[in-house]
Design a protein around this ligand. Structure first.
Ligand code: NAD
Length: 313
């Protein structure tokens, strides 16, 4: 069993770190959010006061942070602060599970390589339910040797571990998946809204499509219509889950990748624009299935309601 420093104990990192505890590892967490730290402590986890303290005795470092800027700041440092990589023992294996895009992953990978550290970008799929259940899919970019070291720990958090290729390749696979997911969620919400507008019951329509050719993951395991699926974020006012702001970030990363390779991604770009409008409407913190509210002309989200109230006062 290993000593693992875990950075980022949010919607995904919290349950992932708890799975590692359950697997018998000594996990030392770090998160600037008191709420995230308290939730981890309530599950029996220990948190360190700072990043260096968390990593002091760690054989492995895992991070699950919002975006590339957080990951680069943690590992590479900046503004006179040393990055975490420069403080680690050369035997340490470093795995970033955040969705950052391939360019940022390659920058950190290069810095890690210069210091002789094993590094992997290992973004995940499976959502918060998959993180809780330990059934995530991991897509790794990096060397086969590093992945061999990482495998037992990844298997404690997920069912599937794929080697996508060299550093950054895990991120490329993740962008392709999430671009498709953004399109599927928007299209699923659109189809349900159309049916309901014509008098169909969203539960009956969901059941019909789930046995027909339009079936997909968003409809069947993450239904965007409130009340259709009791465990889905839509049935708890879109709280928790995968924030619309993070989906917009991922669709932006897919656009960047498309520009770099000259690929046409018209549906991904349309989904990115829909999520940009949705976020501008104040729903960035809500789960990404709340895109349904944009399509059915629901009221503005909490942030824009607050902005309107401030503007009016
Ligand atoms: P989140 O915002 O719930 O959690 C991120 C956590 O990182 C927060 O608690 C934040 O306080 C913490 N943090 C920020 N800077 C930090 C630092 N320097 N050190 C330690 N902690 C720091 O986000 P999430 O939903 O858990 O997503 C995390 C990553 O996983 C994102 O890149 C996201 O795109 C990806 N992802 C999310 C899901 C999902 O369903 N939520 C699924 C797959 C992938």
């Amino acid at each position: 069993m290993s000593v693992i420093a875990f950075f980022g104990l949010g919607h995904m990192g919290g349950p992932m770190a708890r799975r590692l505890l359950r697997d018998g590892h000594a996990v030392i967490g770090f998160d600037p959010s008191a709420t995230a730290r308290e939730a981890f402590a309530a599950a029996g986890g220990r948190c360190a006061p700072g990043p260096e303290d968390a990593a002091a005795d760690a054989q492995m470092v895992i991070s699950m942070l919002p975006a590339a800027a957080h990951v680069e700041a943690l590992y590479l440092g900046g503004a006179g602060e040393p990055g975490l990589l420069s403080l680690l023992d050369a035997e340490t294996l470093v795995m970033d599970c955040s969705t950052t895009g391939p360019a940022a992953a390659r920058r950190v990978a290069l810095a890690a390589e210069c210091l002789g550290l094993d590094w992997l970008d290992v973004p995940v799929s499976g959502g918060t339910a998959g993180a809780e259940a330990g059934t995530l899919t991991f897509m790794a970019g990096g060397t086969a040797t590093a992945l061999q070291r990482a495998r037992p720990v990844l298997r404690a958090m997920g069912n599937n571990v794929f080697h996508a290729g060299e550093a950054g390749a895990g991120q490329t696979a993740k962008l392709c998946n999430n671009m498709l997911l953004g399109v599927l969620m928007a299209a699923t919400a659109e189809a349900l809204q159309l049916g309901v507008a014509h008098g169909l019951d969203p539960r009956v329509l969901s059941e019909i499509i789930s046995r027909s050719s339009g079936r997909n993951w968003a409809l069947e395991t993450y239904n965007p219509w409130p009340g259709v699926m009791p465990g889905a974020p839509a049935s708890r006012e879109y709280r928790g889950g995968f924030a619309s702001a993070l989906m917009l970030k991922d669709l932006g990363l897919a656009t960047e990748a498309a520009l770099q390779s000259g690929s046409a991604t018209p549906l991904g770009e349309l989904a990115r624009n829909l999520y940009a409008l949705h976020n501008a409407g104040g729903r960035g913190e809500q789960d990404f299935s709340s895109i349904l509210e944009l399509l059915r002309g629901g009221p503005p989200g909490p942030a824009s309601a607050a902005t309107a109230a401030t503007a009016a006062s």
